[in-house]
Design a protein around this ligand. Structure first.
Ligand code: G6P
Length: 498
């Protein structure tokens, strides 16, 4: 296949991970599989439609691959060495920024060599992007691993329009200010024309950090970035809650073979009255331990019985060389083993635990098989699993128990909202979910489905890109208030001057 020539693409997405992973089979044959994580799921359909390029890492050390085309997406691989993976990816991205931005649930580590490598690798991503972006192209940089890329790109390519979207939370200033490189990160982000966040609260936290650490004036959702001897530049920072490719989940769920598979799954579990489901990357932000604790106590107290209720926990492997993740895996697997040892019978397991990722077909079958989905994250930018469950339930059935510390809880108000730290409250919500009458289940699921069907990932990306276009033309209304009504309104027309 011909490689794309440089400076060809009018739309470029940049993310740490490519939407595909390189897999070498036992015979040395090369193939590409979809990467895990919500980001890829969210952006793949957008990229196909836009016919752009995607700059990112192929998921393995020192693999040099020429740009290529995969399933309608132009792929531009960036090489990471083993040192880069240890310092930029596992270190600064996932052992400094990840825990810091998730409310320091795990303690962040600060190492100067990690930071130095983060700067270096961000520059590599910026250079690879500058090399493929056409004159006046739109570039959309994704997530916390690449926060310096916007300003690096602005320095080398002032002709570009640059968007940045942070998929994870942006922490309150009192937490953010721990970061030894807090000013450099803000300067990096402020190179963008539009900086998007999941929640209104995240955008607010960011603006507050800008006010505390820089001299730039902020008003509502806009920031006037002053530079010596130049006119100030307007940067927009506001929320754009991400979503999923809703229709494709519903379409899959409507397929008879998927419904058949859902039945098989229930039968395989011993046909319990209630199947509860948890689906997460094995990450300490997801509150898997809290969920297991609540479930174990309910069984111990006899409020739930192992004959009636099974919890299926899918925990997909993630960042397995980072110490906090290894420790988490040990803790979770010990707890699952204890619960099963204490409460399992010959015919019924309490927890059906799976340490793998599954293809989308199997996930949708699981969503259909599950009477209750438990999302108990201690902090989560959005949580797309909650939206996937809702999208799949075309039968208007199923109960969502949802942590109020997820971005999704801003929109899915008809879920049973829980504080996962409050184990008694979580237990009550689980029992309420198991016992919820059909009418109540239907009413709640219908309301949530309306929301997720209206606000899908196409809408998210077009809202972001329209805002980027308004910013480029200097037609953004700087009086846009930061606080939006409780019910987030998606129509840009009402809120932007045209
Ligand atoms: C989260 C992050 C993504 C990341 C994904 C998977 O969703 O926001 O940026 O790609 O987790 O994590 P990994 O470290 O495997 O890329």
């Amino acid at each position: 296949m011909a490689s794309p020539t440089h400076a060809d693409y009018d739309f470029v997405v940049v993310s740490n991970r490519l939407p595909v992973d390189r897999v070498i089979g036992p015979d040395g044959d090369e193939s590409w599989t979809r990467s895990p994580g919500g980001l890829v799921t969210a952006l793949e359909p957008v990229m196909r439609e836009a016919d752009g390029a995607w700059v990112g890492w192929a998921g393995q050390a020192d693999v040099v691959i020429e740009p290529f085309e995969n399933d309608g997406i132009h792929i531009v691989p960036v090489v990471l060495s083993d040192y880069d993976i240890q310092n930029y990816y596992e270190g600064f991205s996932n052992d400094t920024l990840w825990p810091l931005y998730h409310d320091v649930i795990a303690p962040p580590s600060y190492h100067r060599e990690w930071w130095e490598n983060y700067v270096l690798v961000n520059q590599r991503f910026a250079d690879a992007t500058a090399a493929v972006a056409a004159q006046n192209a739109v570039v959309w940089v994704q997530d916390y691993q690449l926060q310096l890329v916007p300003q690096m790109l602005r320095d080398s390519r002032p002709d570009l329009t640059i968007g940045f979207f942070n998929h994870i939370p942006f922490p309150p200033y009192e937490i953010y200010s721990q970061l030894p490189w807090r000013s450099q990160i803000l300067d990096g982000l402020l190179g963008a024309d539009v900086i998007g966040f999941q929640r209104i609260a995240d955008a607010g936290n960011f603006s507050r950090a800008v006010r505390r650490l820089t001299n730039h004036a902020t008003k509502h959702t806009s920031i006037e970035v002053a530079a010596a001897h130049q006119r100030s530049r307007r940067v927009i920072a506001r929320s754009f809650p991400i979503s999923i490719d809703t229709k494709s989940f519903e379409e899959l769920a409507r397929e008879p073979r998927i419904q058949e598979r859902a039945k098989e799954i229930r039968e395989g579990l011993g046909s319990p009255k209630t199947v509860m489901l948890g689906v997460d990357r094995l990450d300490y932000t997801k509150g898997i331990g809290h969920r297991l604790k609540a479930f174990g106590e309910l069984l111990a107290e006899g409020r739930l019985s192992v004959e009636d209720v099974t919890l299926v926990q899918v925990a997909s492997p993630s960042r397995e060389r980072v110490a906090a993740y290894m420790q988490l895996r040990d803790e979770i697997e010990l707890t699952v083993g204890r619960i099963n040892g204490d409460f399992g019978t010959m015919s019924h397991q309490a927890v059906s635990y799976h340490h793998h990722g599954y293809p989308r077909d199997e996930m949708v079958a699981l969503y259909l098989a599950a009477d209750v989905l438990l999302v108990t994250a201690l902090r989560d930018g959005m949580n797309l699993v909650a939206k996937e469950y809702v999208a799949s339930r075309f039968d208007d059935d199923g109960v969502l128990v949802l942590s109020e510390f997820t971005g999704a809880s801003d929109e899915l108000k008809r879920a049973l909202l829980v504080n996962p730290h409050d184990i008694e409250g979580l237990k009550d919500a689980i029992v309420q979910a198991v016992e919820m009458p059909q009418r109540d289940r239907t009413a709640r699921m219908r309301a949530m489905r309306k929301r997720v069907l209206e606000n899908d990932v196409q809408r998210w990306s077009s809202n972001f890109l329209e805002t980027l276009e308004l910013a480029r033309k200097g037609r953004y209304d700087r009086n846009e208030p930061m606080e939006l009504p409780d019910e987030l309104e998606w129509t840009v027309d009402r809120r932007w001057t045209t």
